[in-house]
Design a protein around this ligand. Structure first.
Ligand code: XMP
Ligand code: MG
Length: 179
Protein backbone atom coordinates (compact mmCIF):
# COMPACT_ATOMS: atom_id res chain seq x y z
CA UNK A 1 0.00 0.00 0.00
CA UNK A 2 2.78 2.45 0.94
CA UNK A 3 4.55 1.55 -2.34
CA UNK A 4 1.70 3.21 -4.24
CA UNK A 5 2.38 6.65 -2.70
CA UNK A 6 4.59 9.00 -4.71
CA UNK A 7 4.91 11.70 -2.03
CA UNK A 8 3.51 12.42 1.43
CA UNK A 9 2.09 15.97 1.43
CA UNK A 10 1.11 16.24 5.12
CA UNK A 11 2.05 13.66 7.72
CA UNK A 12 0.02 12.48 10.70
CA UNK A 13 1.47 15.05 13.11
CA UNK A 14 0.82 17.97 10.76
CA UNK A 15 -2.76 16.86 10.15
CA UNK A 16 -3.51 16.33 13.85
CA UNK A 17 -2.12 19.78 14.72
CA UNK A 18 -4.32 21.40 12.06
CA UNK A 19 -7.43 19.48 13.14
CA UNK A 20 -6.89 20.58 16.75
CA UNK A 21 -6.58 24.22 15.64
CA UNK A 22 -9.76 23.96 13.52
CA UNK A 23 -11.65 22.28 16.38
CA UNK A 24 -10.70 25.06 18.79
CA UNK A 25 -11.71 27.77 16.31
CA UNK A 26 -15.03 26.07 15.59
CA UNK A 27 -15.70 25.66 19.33
CA UNK A 28 -15.34 29.41 19.75
CA UNK A 29 -17.45 30.26 16.69
CA UNK A 30 -20.25 27.75 17.39
CA UNK A 31 -20.39 27.98 21.19
CA UNK A 32 -23.99 28.21 22.44
CA UNK A 33 -25.48 27.28 19.05
CA UNK A 34 -25.66 23.47 19.38
CA UNK A 35 -24.70 22.96 15.72
CA UNK A 36 -25.73 19.97 13.63
CA UNK A 37 -22.40 18.71 12.33
CA UNK A 38 -22.82 16.81 9.08
CA UNK A 39 -20.23 14.32 7.88
CA UNK A 40 -20.20 13.87 4.11
CA UNK A 41 -19.52 10.16 3.66
CA UNK A 42 -17.45 8.37 2.96
CA UNK A 43 -14.32 10.50 2.64
CA UNK A 44 -14.93 12.87 5.58
CA UNK A 45 -15.38 10.16 8.23
CA UNK A 46 -11.77 10.26 9.46
CA UNK A 47 -11.63 14.08 9.65
CA UNK A 48 -15.08 14.23 11.27
CA UNK A 49 -14.10 11.74 13.95
CA UNK A 50 -10.92 13.61 14.87
CA UNK A 51 -12.53 17.06 14.56
CA UNK A 52 -15.49 16.55 16.89
CA UNK A 53 -13.13 15.26 19.58
CA UNK A 54 -11.45 18.69 19.46
CA UNK A 55 -14.78 20.55 19.70
CA UNK A 56 -15.49 21.19 23.36
CA UNK A 57 -19.11 22.38 22.93
CA UNK A 58 -22.54 20.72 22.79
CA UNK A 59 -23.27 19.56 19.23
CA UNK A 60 -25.11 16.85 17.30
CA UNK A 61 -23.76 14.77 14.46
CA UNK A 62 -25.41 13.28 11.42
CA UNK A 63 -24.27 11.65 8.20
CA UNK A 64 -25.03 12.07 4.55
CA UNK A 65 -23.67 10.07 1.64
CA UNK A 66 -23.44 11.54 -1.82
CA UNK A 67 -21.77 10.20 -4.91
CA UNK A 68 -20.15 12.21 -7.66
CA UNK A 69 -17.13 10.19 -8.70
CA UNK A 70 -17.78 6.46 -8.93
CA UNK A 71 -14.55 4.60 -9.61
CA UNK A 72 -13.02 7.41 -11.62
CA UNK A 73 -10.70 10.22 -10.49
CA UNK A 74 -12.72 12.96 -12.23
CA UNK A 75 -16.03 14.48 -11.16
CA UNK A 76 -19.00 13.58 -13.33
CA UNK A 77 -20.77 16.74 -12.16
CA UNK A 78 -23.75 14.60 -11.23
CA UNK A 79 -24.45 14.49 -7.50
CA UNK A 80 -26.75 11.89 -6.04
CA UNK A 81 -27.91 11.50 -2.41
CA UNK A 82 -27.16 7.89 -1.45
CA UNK A 83 -27.99 8.29 2.23
CA UNK A 84 -29.94 11.24 3.58
CA UNK A 85 -29.77 12.85 7.04
CA UNK A 86 -31.79 11.43 9.93
CA UNK A 87 -32.22 14.86 11.55
CA UNK A 88 -34.21 17.83 10.31
CA UNK A 89 -32.05 20.88 9.56
CA UNK A 90 -34.92 23.34 9.84
CA UNK A 91 -33.87 26.27 12.05
CA UNK A 92 -30.49 24.65 12.82
CA UNK A 93 -26.98 26.00 12.51
CA UNK A 94 -25.46 23.40 10.21
CA UNK A 95 -21.76 22.69 9.84
CA UNK A 96 -20.86 20.61 6.78
CA UNK A 97 -17.63 18.66 7.27
CA UNK A 98 -15.93 17.78 3.98
CA UNK A 99 -12.73 15.94 3.22
CA UNK A 100 -11.77 17.83 0.07
CA UNK A 101 -13.21 20.45 -2.26
CA UNK A 102 -12.22 19.92 -5.85
CA UNK A 103 -14.59 21.22 -8.55
CA UNK A 104 -16.96 22.42 -5.78
CA UNK A 105 -19.93 20.77 -7.46
CA UNK A 106 -20.68 18.38 -4.59
CA UNK A 107 -20.62 21.15 -2.03
CA UNK A 108 -22.65 23.67 -4.00
CA UNK A 109 -25.33 21.02 -4.44
CA UNK A 110 -25.31 20.18 -0.71
CA UNK A 111 -25.48 23.81 0.40
CA UNK A 112 -28.42 24.32 -1.92
CA UNK A 113 -30.28 21.29 -0.53
CA UNK A 114 -29.75 22.36 3.10
CA UNK A 115 -30.79 25.95 2.42
CA UNK A 116 -33.96 24.78 0.69
CA UNK A 117 -34.71 22.73 3.82
CA UNK A 118 -34.56 25.99 5.80
CA UNK A 119 -31.38 25.56 7.79
CA UNK A 120 -30.77 28.70 9.87
CA UNK A 121 -27.17 28.85 8.64
CA UNK A 122 -24.92 26.63 6.54
CA UNK A 123 -21.17 26.69 7.20
CA UNK A 124 -18.50 24.55 5.55
CA UNK A 125 -15.30 23.18 7.05
CA UNK A 126 -13.01 21.22 4.74
CA UNK A 127 -9.66 19.75 5.63
CA UNK A 128 -8.30 19.88 2.08
CA UNK A 129 -8.86 22.20 -0.84
CA UNK A 130 -7.75 22.07 -4.48
CA UNK A 131 -8.50 25.68 -5.50
CA UNK A 132 -7.02 25.24 -8.99
CA UNK A 133 -9.82 22.89 -10.00
CA UNK A 134 -12.89 24.93 -9.09
CA UNK A 135 -15.79 24.81 -11.60
CA UNK A 136 -18.13 26.95 -9.47
CA UNK A 137 -17.41 30.07 -7.43
CA UNK A 138 -17.31 28.68 -3.91
CA UNK A 139 -15.00 28.80 -0.89
CA UNK A 140 -15.20 26.91 2.40
CA UNK A 141 -15.57 29.00 5.55
CA UNK A 142 -12.80 26.95 7.22
CA UNK A 143 -10.00 25.24 5.28
CA UNK A 144 -7.14 23.12 6.63
CA UNK A 145 -4.67 22.78 3.76
CA UNK A 146 -4.53 23.87 0.13
CA UNK A 147 -3.28 21.12 -2.14
CA UNK A 148 -1.74 21.07 -5.62
CA UNK A 149 -3.75 19.72 -8.54
CA UNK A 150 -2.84 16.06 -7.97
CA UNK A 151 -4.97 13.06 -7.09
CA UNK A 152 -4.46 12.42 -3.39
CA UNK A 153 -5.34 9.57 -1.04
CA UNK A 154 -5.29 8.86 2.69
CA UNK A 155 -6.92 10.28 5.82
CA UNK A 156 -10.34 9.18 4.52
CA UNK A 157 -9.71 9.78 0.83
CA UNK A 158 -9.73 6.81 -1.49
CA UNK A 159 -8.89 5.53 -4.89
CA UNK A 160 -11.35 2.72 -5.78
CA UNK A 161 -12.18 2.44 -2.04
CA UNK A 162 -8.55 1.77 -1.08
CA UNK A 163 -6.12 3.86 1.04
CA UNK A 164 -8.73 5.54 3.30
CA UNK A 165 -6.96 4.16 6.38
CA UNK A 166 -3.61 5.88 5.76
CA UNK A 167 -3.02 8.38 8.61
CA UNK A 168 -1.38 10.90 6.23
CA UNK A 169 -2.31 12.47 2.89
CA UNK A 170 -0.20 11.69 -0.14
CA UNK A 171 -0.09 11.78 -3.91
CA UNK A 172 -0.94 8.48 -5.55
CA UNK A 173 1.50 7.28 -8.19
CA UNK A 174 -0.18 7.87 -11.58
CA UNK A 175 0.67 4.34 -12.72
CA UNK A 176 -1.72 3.03 -10.03
CA UNK A 177 -4.79 4.57 -11.69
CA UNK A 178 -3.50 4.45 -15.27
CA UNK A 179 -3.34 0.67 -15.09
P1 XMP B 1 -16.03 18.07 -6.08
O1 XMP B 1 -15.36 18.02 -7.43
O2 XMP B 1 -17.51 17.91 -6.21
O3 XMP B 1 -15.46 16.79 -5.37
O4 XMP B 1 -15.62 19.29 -5.30
C1 XMP B 1 -15.58 16.56 -4.05
C2 XMP B 1 -15.41 15.09 -3.77
O5 XMP B 1 -14.56 14.48 -4.74
C3 XMP B 1 -13.69 13.56 -4.17
N1 XMP B 1 -12.31 13.96 -4.50
C4 XMP B 1 -11.22 13.24 -4.27
N2 XMP B 1 -11.08 12.03 -3.70
N3 XMP B 1 -8.75 12.16 -4.00
C5 XMP B 1 -9.84 11.48 -3.57
O6 XMP B 1 -9.71 10.41 -3.03
C6 XMP B 1 -8.79 13.37 -4.60
O7 XMP B 1 -7.76 13.92 -4.97
C7 XMP B 1 -10.10 13.94 -4.74
N4 XMP B 1 -10.53 15.10 -5.26
C8 XMP B 1 -11.89 15.08 -5.11
C9 XMP B 1 -13.99 13.59 -2.70
O8 XMP B 1 -14.81 12.49 -2.37
C10 XMP B 1 -14.74 14.87 -2.44
O9 XMP B 1 -15.67 14.80 -1.40
MG1 MG C 1 -14.04 9.30 -3.25
Amino acid sequence: MLNDIQEVLYDEGQIQAKVKELGETLSRDFGGRNPLVICVLKGAFVFMSDLVKKMSIPLEIDFMAVSSYGQSTKSSGVVKIIKDLDASVEGRDVLIVEDIIDSGLTLSYLIDVLERRNAKSVTVATLFDKPARRAVDLEADYTGFSLPDEFVVGYGLDYAEQYRNLPFIGILKPEVYQK
